[in-house]
Design a protein around this ligand. Structure first.
Ligand code: TMP
Length: 247
């Protein structure tokens, strides 16, 4: 069991939905989940009541689950309602998007109807730069911009597809269709690449597999209402995943 008794130090970083704090342990940080919600690169701002609490719990479950499928993550343990203890990493400035079904910006960009099943999962990369609106980049562009080396990008894309392969059938058992999701990766102190950031209805699209109802941040992005209820519903279906410890 990881030691939850760390002391919170200075704030290292503040993002739109999370804050990251140093701790008294050199290689550990505390990630604090806020209720703040933004969309369209911060143009639309709001709050979703208790989102931080739900996303902290859900991210913990997702990270434990993908670890159980053999994908290393920065996750250590959840310490309270809104704080998660993580290994310190340097975030690679790429957003890795995996898509199983056409939605969102892919539908806009290609004109394909939202809901069209893709024959194979698609991986997209965007370069993390708010001033440029996180532009879509090719692997070669990401390399030329110094985001990561070619082998690292290959590794990141392979890991993202592995996450998808593990998560998709597991979520379908819970009547959640995993439409698409965004991952971020980081390098730890040993230089190994691990899955980082969060996994939640902020960063994944989940549709009810029977009714097609949207159970994610699109409810906020598209002013549909019922966002809190949708996040709670995802939590109720996913639950608090823990490894089955043998013996
Ligand atoms: P998109 O269709 O808007 O490109 O979004 C693809 C996926 O990435 C979707 O599950 C939402 C997620 N996402 C983020 O987590 N952060 C972002 O800033 C954006 C634009 C999308």
């Amino acid at each position: 069991m990881a030691d939850k008794n760390v002391t919170r130090g200075e704030m290292l970083y503040e993002g739109k939905a999370k804050q990251v704090f140093a701790t008294d342990k050199k290689d550990l940080v505390l990630v604090h989940f806020k209720d703040d919600a933004t969309a369209f690169n911060g143009e639309k701002k709001g709050q979703i009541e208790d989102k931080g609490i739900i996303n902290n719990k859900l991210s913990a479950s997702f990270f434990r689950f993908v670890e159980s499928a053999g994908i290393p993550t920065h996750f250590v343990t959840r310490v309270n309602d809104r704080d998660m203890l993580c290994r310190k990493v340097t975030i690679i400035p790429l957003e890795v998007i995996v898509r199983n079904v056409v939605a969102g910006s892919l539908a806009k960009r290609t004109g394909q109807a939202e809901g069209t099943e893709l024959p194979e999962p698609i991986v997209e990369l965007t370069y993390k730069d708010d001033a440029q609106g996180d532009p879509l980049v090719t692997k070669e562009q990401a390399i030329s911009m110094g985001a990561a080396k070619a082998e690292e990008i290959d590794q990141i894309c392979a890991m993202a597809l592995q996450v998808n392969d593990a998560l998709y059938p597991w979520l379908l058992e819970k009547k959640l269709r995993l439409i698409d999701f965004k991952l971020e990766f980081g390098r730890n102190e040993e230089g190994h690449i691990v899955l980082a950031d969060e996994m939640s209805p902020d960063t994944c699209r989940f549709w009810d597999s029977e009714t097609g109802e949207k159970l994610d941040k699109d409810r906020f992005r598209r002013d549909m209402g019922g966002e809190k209820e949708a996040y709670v519903e995802v939590w109720n279906r996913v639950g608090d995943f823990h490894f089955a410890v043998p013996g």
